[in-house]
Design a protein around this ligand. Structure first.
Ligand code: ADP
Ligand code: MG
Length: 356
């Protein structure tokens, strides 16, 4: 047997191979409507309801850095990223269980702060924390949240279901989380430098962080778009397909396109770029459109809707139409701000845990 490094197939190649191993058990349960491959697994709960289930693992040094992340924010984010996956199914959350692996030196008060953030977010989203598991960790903090939610079979929205001609819509703004991450990483480098030199902490850095509070908030305290799910319900809107933007717009549009068996054409000039992210990108001499397209962690919803339903969303000031679904053969295209059309398959992809 030869051994292959995971980086050769990437995170999604690995999941695909693992899903082949687990396919037989999934086939044993006919009420399972969606297994591996969507934002949540879905199973039938009686005639008129479906349950959706998701899980997300936050790993210290991979997803967060304790030098720049307050524990309370981290707790809230751990809940929000799961609620975001529930929303991506056009469902509402109901219960969560939480597992933590803690380095033994971490004080009780820090873990309590984490849970105050968890509890705050749970109250805001109206879900109950119903259990979990606790372990020690030889290296770093791990937080795993699993969450259930519900919707009706009629309202359920999957990654598959988009058809050529559908409008591609996105909620909120993009690029903010990536801008916040850049600011926090710079702050972290400054803090480490000052600690090395035994200097007192430089308040000027903090002042600058306050100037960019919105971008930093976007990164540390993203909010799941449960308000959009309520809006869909009030207006009787059911997206033909939906995904949340966690890996980056291009990557997540790719997931939606592949599952739906369609292509897409988006217009860079229509992207709702967060204004503050533009200023931060200028400061870092980076292209803010790269951040909006590939930055990830914005936790906005990306969904498709038949053109005939445009009037239903036209007046919503937090929903932007950024393009149109096309035939699969046309691939994934972007017309950039200069009017050039680019193949998105050749662009830098979104986040992959094992990308080489
Ligand atoms: P999201 O970004 O929406 O949380 P992921 O990219 O993490 O989704 O996962 C994509 C799909 O792969 C989901 O359906 C998820 O349940 C499944 N998946 C991811 N990792 C594993 C794993 N280790 N075992 C089984 N299924 C997995
Ligand atoms: Mg998702």
């Amino acid at each position: 047997m030869s051994f292959k490094p995971i980086s050769e197939i990437g995170e999604f190649g690995l999941i695909e191979r693992l899903s082949r191993i687990t396919a037989p058990s999934a086939r044993q349960r006919p009420e399972l409507l969606e297994g591996i491959g969507d934002d949540c697994a879905v199973w039938q709960l009686g005639e008129s309801e479906v349950q959706v289930v998701t899980t997300d693992l936050l790993t210290e040094h991979v997803h967060f850095d304790l030098l720049t992340t307050p524990m309370r924010h981290l707790g809230s984010k751990a809940i929000s990223v799961n609620v975001s996956d529930i929303c991506a199914m056009n469902a509402l959350p109901d219960y969560a269980v939480i597992s933590i692996a803690i380095p033994p030196k971490m004080p009780v008060e820090m873990v309590e702060e984490l849970y105050r953030g968890i509890e705050h977010a749970a109250s805001v989203y109206g879900l109950a924390i119903a259990g979990g598991d606790t372990s020690s960790s030889p290296s770093g903090l791990f937080i795993s949240v699993s969450m259930t939610g519900r919707t009706t079979p009629e309202q359920l929205a999957l990654r598959k279901g988009a058809s050529p001609g559908d409008l591609i819509c996105v909620t909120g703004t993009l690029g903010g989380s990536c801008a916040g991450l850049h600011l926090l990483q710079r702050e972290r480098a400054t803090m480490i430098e000052q600690m090395r030199n035994n200097e007192p902490y430089n308040k000027e850095v903090m002042a600058e962080l306050q100037e960019y509070a919105e971008a930093i908030r976007c990164h540390l305290l993203p909010e799941a778009r449960i308000d959009i799910i309520d809006f869909f319900s009030e207006e009787n809107i059911v997206p033909t397909a939906m995904i949340d933007i966690s890996d980056g717009l291009v990557a997540d549009l790719g997931h939606l396109g592949r599952r739906s068996g369609v292509g897409a054409h988006i217009d860079e000039s229509k992207l709702p770029v967060m204004p503050e992210a533009r200023t931060v990108a200028e400061e870092f001499q980076q292209d803010v459109f790269d951040w909006a397209l590939s930055g990830g962690e914005d936790y906005q919803l990306l969904f498709t809707l038949p053109k005939s339903q445009y009037d239903l969303i036209a007046a919503h000031r937090d929903i932007t139409v950024i393009g149109e679904i096309t035939e699969k053969e046309e691939g994934m295209l972007l017309t950039d701000i200069f009017g050039m059309t680019i193949d998105l398959a050749e662009m830098k992809r979104g986040f992959d845990h094992f990308a080489g």
